[in-house]
Design a protein around this ligand. Structure first.
Ligand code: HEM
Length: 255
């Protein structure tokens, strides 16, 4: 049998050897409410998941600033490695939302009463992240496009070489895509916990979040795909002839 009080004591007074000192484990474990003050046992998970997400966003923002410097020096290998790191963090952020799906809607209502007017929209990490892609795009454009007299259409289509300009652009597209996947999973989490028809703690309909889902950081890199499909498709007009000689295909055949 476990002595819960003793376990709680040991959690809150960690033994601080070199490992603990280097990582400031004592201070880290004080960043959550005291265990005796939790409104429900699920509140600890709620706080920890949000705090970990802030840490991941800190690491992502830091890494994106590093990427900008390496782009400026056109150190593409380093840019790609660091984008790989950012992508993995983004995936972790999304996967970790699932932890909160183990919390019942009832238990969450008790926690929500304590949040004041706070909402994820005020997350410092998220607000910072939203401001970084635009300057990063300006850097990409200056270094990989303008300096070489190239355009996005050239990199992807007319002068396509699967080169460094293409690889960095695809890394940016992947970041954009993973960011949207985070938003999509977050919306699913809201469906599970408070329902999408409700109002946020700021009194806004949570459906406003759907607008964010349609946002793209690098629209030029998405638009080029549509332009290419139309340009290449112009070869056969609006509808192409069947390659099997069978009658025209129906809906859903436009691969
Ligand atoms: C039970 C869990 C959660 C619920 C019920 C929830 C609910 C909500 C709601 C209702 C909003 C809209 C706020 C408004 O319009 O003022 C929101 C926004 C947001 N939440 Fe959560 N959230 C949860 C977990 C999380 C977690 C773990 C994160 C981690 C980062 C997070 C990050 C955000 C962010 C960044 C926004 C702003 C999103 C945007 O502008 O697209 N949320 N959340």
């Amino acid at each position: 049998m476990l002595d819960k009080i003793e376990v709680h004591n040991r959690i809150e007074t960690p033994e601080m050897k070199d490992y603990g000192v280097y990582l400031s484990v004592d201070r880290l474990l004080q960043c959550q409410k005291r265990l005796a003050d939790l409104s429900t046992p699920d509140e600890l998970q709620f706080q920890i998941v949000h705090q970990i997400e802030e840490l991941w966003m800190k690491l992502m923002a830091f890494t994106l600033a590093e990427i900008d410097g390496h782009m400026a020096a056109r150190e593409t290998m380093r840019v790609l490695t660091l984008f790989g790191r950012v992508h993995r963090i983004m995936q972790l952020m999304t996967d970790q939302l699932a932890l909160l799906e183990t919390m019942s809607p009832f238990d969450y209502q008790a926690i929500r009463l304590l949040l004041g007017n706070g909402s994820g929209q005020e997350s410092p990490g998220f607000q910072l992240l939203l401001t970084l892609p635009q300057p990063l795009w300006a850097r990409y454009k200056t270094v990989y496009l303008d300096a070489a007299g190239r355009s996005v259409a050239d990199v992807y289509d007319t002068g396509y070489r699967h080169d460094d300009a293409y690889m960095v652009a695809e890394a940016m597209v992947e970041f954009d895509e993973l960011f949207q996947l985070f938003r999509a999973h977050h919306i699913q989490l809201i469906h599970r916990s408070i329902g999408m028809g409700s109002k946020s703690l700021k009194g806004r309909p949570v459906e406003l979040l759907n607008a964010g889902m349609r946002h793209r950081f690098f629209p030029e890199l998405w638009d080029i795909r549509c332009e290419m499909t139309d340009r290449w498709g112009a070869e056969y007009g609006v509808k192409r002839a069947s390659i099997s000689g069978a009658s025209a295909a129906g809906h859903g055949s436009g691969l």
